[in-house]
Design a protein around this ligand. Structure first.
Ligand SMILES: NC(=O)c1ccc[n+]([C@@H]2O[C@H](COP(=O)([O-])OP(=O)(O)OC[C@H]3O[C@@H](n4cnc5c(N)ncnc54)[C@H](OP(=O)(O)O)[C@@H]3O)[C@@H](O)[C@H]2O)c1
Length: 313
């Protein structure tokens, strides 16, 4: 049975088996192992935090506003610890690490889920450079900053890192340049990191979801409308038809978006499977788009997208 969830998604199945009978003792899948998840206030992050909490992990949930931490604590178990963590603010990352060290001592950190993210969209000619910087600051630099600070603890536990990528990190569309650039970068970071840390038995995976029903769509649309209103009339006119076409496409995609549960499941798998995969596509849309990238030459793919999205050409 699914419960209503206060974080823009659905609670994982309430009847999920979280305990395994192991001989005489009952042990949870999470077994109290510590995981840190960034961007846990809403959407995928909140859903993952609560799911992993239910599985018996000790979840350290990164939020930027204290009230989001309080809400998560109310929804979770006594084990769940909110961390005030902004991925663009090194001091908050270091403070969070101190909290985790204090709680876990020599056990170290079993899992780090780099989930925090924003979506800046708009024509590359018109996007303010400060917005592009912020996109990369949060979705790329901030992720590495968090990894750098927590890696010694993950090494201690021979733990795992799960990066929240996107199908936009394998395939892009008009107006998606800033967001896609950040997620393409995260793909490279994941691949490089995986090879660098394998020597300590640390596994690194990237999750590549298609459209997931979370507040990010609305936030991004509001910010895009504000950005559009602030650009020069001439530029706005030049991009009017592509913006109109993409608004329709994004509107339809957001209606087809699936609940975060599907992402939650693969995050669990990436953390707990004996032989985890390096990348996890989530959703039919993501799988189809990944296939298109693999099979179609650029010109054919451009033609197809131009026709499907009804882009001006
Ligand atoms: N929804 C989708 O269709 C989709 C598809 C593919 C990938 N993703 C990825 O999934 C991840 C989670 O997004 P979501 O869809 O769940 O959206 P969401 O509900 O908007 O969640 C984004 C989270 O990131 C946090 N965040 C933003 N800036 C931050 C910063 N500087 N430091 C720390 N946290 C920050 C937000 O915190 P505040 O509440 O404080 O702003 C929020 O907790 C993102 O990386 C996104 O790119 C989403």
């Amino acid at each position: 049975m699914e419960q209503a969830y206060p974080y823009g998604g659905h609670c994982p199945k309430a009847d999920m088996v979280v305990a395994l009978r192991l001989g005489e003792s009952t042990m949870s899948i999470g077994d109290n192992r510590a995981v840190v998840i960034t961007g846990a206030s809403t959407g995928i992050g909140a859903a993952c935090a609560l799911h992993l909490d239910r599985l018996g992990f000790t979840v350290f949930a990164g939020v930027r506003k204290p009230e989001d931490g309080v809400a998560l604590q109310k929804a979770g178990s006594d084990r769940l610890v909110p961390l005030e963590l902004d991925v663009t603010d090194l001091a908050t990352i270091q403070k969070s690490r101190a909290v985790v060290v204090d709680a876990t001592k020599e056990r170290g950190l079993f899992g780090l889920i780099n989930n925090a993210g924003i979506a800046v969209v708009g024509p590359l000619e018109a996007v303010p450079i400060s917005d592009l910087r912020q996109q990369l600051e949060v979705n790329v630099i901030g992720q590495v900053a968090v990894i750098q600070v927590f890696l010694p603890l993950i090494r201690q536990a021979r733990g795992r890192i799960v990066n929240m990528g996107s199908i936009a990190g394998l395939s892009t569309m008009p107006l998606m340049g800033p967001y896609s650039a950040s997620k393409f970068a995260l793909e490279a970071i994941t691949d490089a990191l995986r090879l660098e840390v394998q020597q300590w038995g640390i596994h690194v995976a990237i999750v590549e979801p298609g459209a997931i029903a979370t507040p990010i769509w609305n936030k991004s649309a509001i910010e895009a409308a504000e950005r559009e209103a602030s650009i020069e009339t001439e530029l706005r006119t030049l991009y009017k038809s592509v913006v109109t076409a993409m608004r329709k496409v994004v509107g339809e995609a957001s209606k087809r978006a699936i609940p975060p549960d599907a992402v939650v499941k693969v995050v669990e798998e990436a953390l707990t499977a004996p032989a985890p995969k390096t990348r996890y596509l989530v959703g039919t849309d993501a799988k189809l788009r990944a296939l298109m990238v693999r099979l179609l030459p650029d010109r054919i793919s451009d033609k197809l997208l131009t026709s499907i999205l009804k882009l001006p050409h």
